[in-house]
Design a protein around this ligand. Sequence first.
Ligand code: KIV
Length: 255
Amino acid sequence: MSSVKPPISSFRELKLDGRRLATLTAYDYPTARLLDGCGLDFLLVGDSLGMVVLGHPDTTQVTMADMIHHTKAVALGAKYTPVISDMPAGSCVSPATALENARQLCSSGADAVKIEGGCDLLPAIKAILSDGIPVIGHLGMLPQQVVQEGGYHIKGRNAPEADRLLADAVALDKAGVGAIVLELVHPPIAEAISATLSCPTIGIGSGDRCDGNILVLHDLIGLFPWFRPKFAKPRADVAAEICRAVREFVEDSKG
Ligand code: KIV
């Protein structure tokens, strides 16, 4: 393991070399410290923390204060793995506001920020990139829009939607983002976008032809048993282990 964090710009080189990316979310110090030695390409302080850590029904209520708090904790645990923090809902209302918020996340320990949205947010993305802060894009189903959209729906199934996704992805790639998360994108469209771009695509619920994968850690390790997206295959049942250990403790204590 390298003792320095690889720059976000190296993700494009990985794609050129035909190497795939693997990444997970982290929201706190011990998790970041555990994940830091596991070979992930970056840790995402996702605004999914609103759901799996703070108990909100979706990500729309997550604030900059929440993101700063959790970014600081993750940054303390991640010595070797780049930390990318989500720009929460409402944090990019203007390019100037977006830049100010991105700077705050970087002062809290983020190595880059992730922004949900396409061409509509290009001025904000360009303002952040011009300041030397790397940006990861996020297209397809945008969880920050879930209320307006009335649920989590697959994107790119019809031609106008697929064309818009490709145009957004090409614009972000040209602007210089480090990678683009494709969430719930119709798999053939995710594959076509991946084949078109120079930057890597990182899929979640978008088939297996993106340039890498991302998952919410809790979905991978079975730590949020009340809801699990269909595409996530848990590889552990940590929730059951916690309950087993606690019940044993209760029995031992109460006799
Ligand atoms: O907030 C998050 O965890 C995310 C991933 C699901 C991509 O944006």
